[in-house]
Design a protein around this ligand. Structure first.
Ligand SMILES: CCCCCCCC/C=C\C=C\CC(=O)SCCNC(=O)CCNC(=O)[C@H](O)C(C)(C)COP(=O)(O)OP(=O)(O)OC[C@H]1O[C@@H](n2cnc3c(N)ncnc32)[C@H](O)[C@@H]1OP(=O)(O)O
Length: 715
């Protein structure tokens, strides 16, 4: 709703009230319509200020209402009537003015912002465009290039940048409403014709066609199949080329297509999923709101390889003092040089001083005696990690949380090396750790809720999206990934090429296909793990191991020294070691032909649909198993992990959401088909949770938690 009062004698004050972000729900829109009318009818009121309660102007349309049928006054005429008002309307912007919130402010005649406020039109991130006049008013106010940037990226700008761009008229460090009221008093009675943005001509752009062609090309490239950024460009083009009313018609037309699209549903689901994962719960019943984190003032990172360096830099950038320990003196010196450069580059980008003094470097584990939390990031070897945990348990003060950055080893085995296994959790970062947003917080059977709460809170402080998951081989992300990469290798055996598979995956929306990604990460990493597991045996090319289908193709490449980009050869050929541009490699095609001939395999034509189904559906099936096993609390956890850690296209929601969009019956039917065709691949057998969901009519993804809960309570 909205509250009305009169202050300073002649200023009508309208306060939006809908905690926590004053979203424009039907009730708020009705409140605005009613209070604006009241203010305009009150002869004592000469000007009007619109603000939001509790330091937030407005977080935009209420996204939760998008699924329901529309009720209440629509935004467009509401904003139009504010712009047409005959008394000056002033927006007092504190906190956020986003989406419909900024569109409301653009309908006002003046905008006063607090210096800490953030403004933006993030609709594109929800699969939409600013369709309450935002795509038509913003270019008229700040010009086409700047509006294109803001609308197609959805980025939030600071008040200072908003002032520079001309979005706001004044920035204050003091009480925003007071400043706005003072301003409103000063403009009372002044003419308003020149303040109505919709009447402005769009600033002229030289060679408009070239500008839009260029922008469209860039947007298409970065959109990876998302339709909203393209519609945003089209809407701004309408602003630049059509009169306002016709531009508004185009905006509406474009929005109508987006609003009901699967991509908008996926992106909006993802918005709420990101927030849902913060509300973690463990199978024991422990939860985010009943578990208190331990204070963490000083942190340590042990092992300064690529991961350790990134983690330490991310911690320092979050303002935490970090002690780093690396046993090898040469590696320590090299790490110090590289990390200092990383800190300097990061600081330059953010316009702050590099936090070099936050990190201290040591080769002595005894220096970790007084830290509150340690993140172990040594080589991925269980024996080595066990040794480190044993040492840490002896060296660190009682109560220190011991975390491992393993990407899939058993957290419980490491916990068993320590005096306090309840203080051990996994903190699985993704490379590069100072850039990637995802953190898997892995609890073992003995991890305490407090330890999980502490790691989750630390992740948040580091700006990560943290997801709490149970302990199993590969946790959530890598457990599912294994099947994806394995299926991709099987497809090569059956007739595909790395280029063909990668093209299908990239056209689906992943930034990189499975083979290109594998070349980037290094083929030797998986090879070493498979050798340790005695799955890969040099010189052997058997295609059945441990009773199930196995593809030795990756092992055979490694035996030839083809480790990917770093050796200049892998699934692709590179001009030199370390080069990033992958070229199709005739050697590899010949190698595949020979391999098939050796094993009596006849290459067949494999189409894009089969590639996607074979690569994605087994992953999804494993996702259902993960839910069934209670390793992830809900589909949102899996989807957030895949979007933020593995490049799953956000406009497809994540694997579990995607499954619900494709239709669970179809996923089930295709898995059954592929399992029948490949009975030596046990994981293709559809999981019982998937069967159960189909049996009860394929409820929407938001309802799966209930089904899982019932399933668990029946066990
Ligand atoms: C057929 C054609 C029909 C076409 C007709 C359509 C006409 C529609 C016209 C216009 C449409 C306008 C579009 C929009 O305005 S879309 C919304 C744009 N706004 C956003 O994207 C902002 C989203 N919110 C945020 O970025 C942040 O929440 C922020 C406001 C910056 C605050 O951040 P923070 O303080 O970190 O808090 P949280 O993110 O945790 O949020 C707190 C809780 O509030 C919920 N929330 C936030 N924003 C919204 C929203 N816009 N709608 C509903 N709910 C929202 C969020 O989920 C958190 O909830 P909970 O505590 O339960 O987790």
């Amino acid at each position: 709703m909205a509250q009305y009062s009169r202050i300073s004698g002649s200023v009508g004050l309208i306060t939006l009230k809908n905690p926590p972000v004053n979203a424009l729900s039907a009730a708020v829109r009705q409140g605005i319509v009613d209070t604006v009318e009241k203010a305009l009818c009150d002869p004592q009121v000469k000007s009007v200020v619109i603000c939001g309660q509790d330091g937030v102007f407005c977080g935009g349309a209420d996204v939760k209402e998008f699924e329901k049928s529309m009720s209440g006054p629509p935004l467009i005429p509401m904003i139009h009537s504010i712009e047409c008002a005959t008394k000056p309307m002033v927006a007092a912007i504190e906190g956020s003015a986003l989406g419909g919130g900024l569109e409301l402010a653009l309908g006002c005649h003046y905008r006063i912002a607090h210096s800490k406020a953030r403004l933006g039109l993030p609709e594109v991130t929800l699969g939409l465009l600013p369709a309450a006049g935002g795509s038509q008013r913003l270019p008229r106010l700040i010009g086409v290039p700047a509006a294109l940037d803001l609308i197609t990226t959805g980025r939030h700008v600071t008040a200072a940048e908003a002032l520079q761009l001309g979005i706001v008229d004044q920035v204050t460090d003091h009480k925003t409403v007071d400043a706005a009221v003072k301003f409103a008093l000063s403009v009372a009675g002044k003419p308003l014709d020149a303040r109505r943005i919709s009447t402005y001509p769009c600033p002229v752009v030289t060679d408009l066609d070239a500008l839009f062609e260029d922008v469209m090309q860039k947007v298409r490239q970065s959109a990876r199949g998302a339709i909203a950024p393209i519609a945003c460009v089209q809407a701004v083009r309408a602003a630049a080329t059509l009169p306002y009313t016709r531009g508004m018609e185009r905006e509406k037309e474009l929005m109508a297509t987006l609003f009901t699209s699967g991509q908008a549903r996926a992106l909006q689901y993802n918005f709420f999923a990101q927030r849902a994962v913060g509300k973690w719960r463990m199978p024991s019943g422990a939860r985010w709101d009943t578990s208190t984190p331990r204070p963490v003032h000083k942190v340590a990172v042990i092992g300064l390889g690529t991961m350790g360096r990134g983690i330490a830099v991310a911690l320092a950038q979050a303002g935490l003092p970090v002690v780093t320990v690396e046993a090898q003196e040469k590696q320590l010196m090299e790490a110090k040089r590289v990390m200092s450069d990383m800190l300097k580059r990061g600081a330059k980008r953010r316009g702050v001083a590099p936090p070099l003094d936050k990190i201290s470097y040591s080769s002595n584990i005894q220096d970790l005696a007084d830290v509150d939390l340690v993140i172990e990031a040594v080589f991925e070897d269980m024996d080595l990690k066990k040794k480190v945990f044993l040492q840490l348990s002896a060296v660190c003060k009682p109560g220190t949380l011991l975390c491992t950055n393993t990407s899939g080893l058993d957290v419980d085995q490491l916990a068993s090396q320590t005096r306090n296994p309840e203080l051990v959790v996994g903190m699985h970062f993704f490379a590069p750790a100072h850039v990637m947003k995802l953190l898997e917080v892995v609890y073992g059977p003995r991890s305490s809720p407090q330890a999980v709460a502490t790691a989750m809170q630390l992740g948040k402080k580091m700006g990560k999206i943290s997801v709490a998951v149970g302990n199993c081989r590969g946790f959530v992300g890598n457990r599912m990934l294994k099947l994806y990469t394995e299926q991709a290798s099987f497809l090569l055996e059956e007739g595909a090429t790395p280029d063909l598979v990668d093209r299908a995956i990239e056209e689906f929306g992943f930034p990189m296909g499975v083979f290109r990604m594998s070349d980037l990460s290094g083929l030797d990493i998986g090879w070493r793990v498979r050798k340790e597991m005695k799955l890969a045996v040099p010189g052997q090319s058997a295609r059945i191991r441990e009773g199930r289908r196995y593809s030795p193709l990756g092992d055979l490449l490694c035996e030839q020294g083809r480790f990917g980009q770093k050796t200049g050869r892998g699934w692709y050929r590179y001009n030199k070691p370390g080069d990033r541009v992958a070229h199709s490699d005739p050697w590899l095609h010949h190698f595949l032909e020979e391999y098939r001939a050796q094993h009596g395999l006849v290459a067949r034509r494999i189409d894009q649909q089969e590639i996607l189904e074979r690569c994605l559906y087994p992953m999804i099936n494993e996702g259902f198993r993960i839910l069934q096993d209670g390793i992830a609390a809900g589909p949102e956890d899996i989807d957030v992990i895949y979007v933020f850690g593995y490049g799953w296209p956000r406009h497809c929601g994540g694997p579990m959401f995607y499954a619900s969009m494709v239709g669970l019956e179809k996923v089930l039917e295709r898995l059954e088909h592929y399992y029948q065709a490949h009975p030596d691949v046990p994981y293709l057998q559809p999981c019982s949770l998937l069967r159960r969901l189909v049996a009860i009519g394929s409820p929407p993804v938001q309802k799966w938690r209930e089904v899982i809960k019932n399933l668990h309570s029946q066990l």
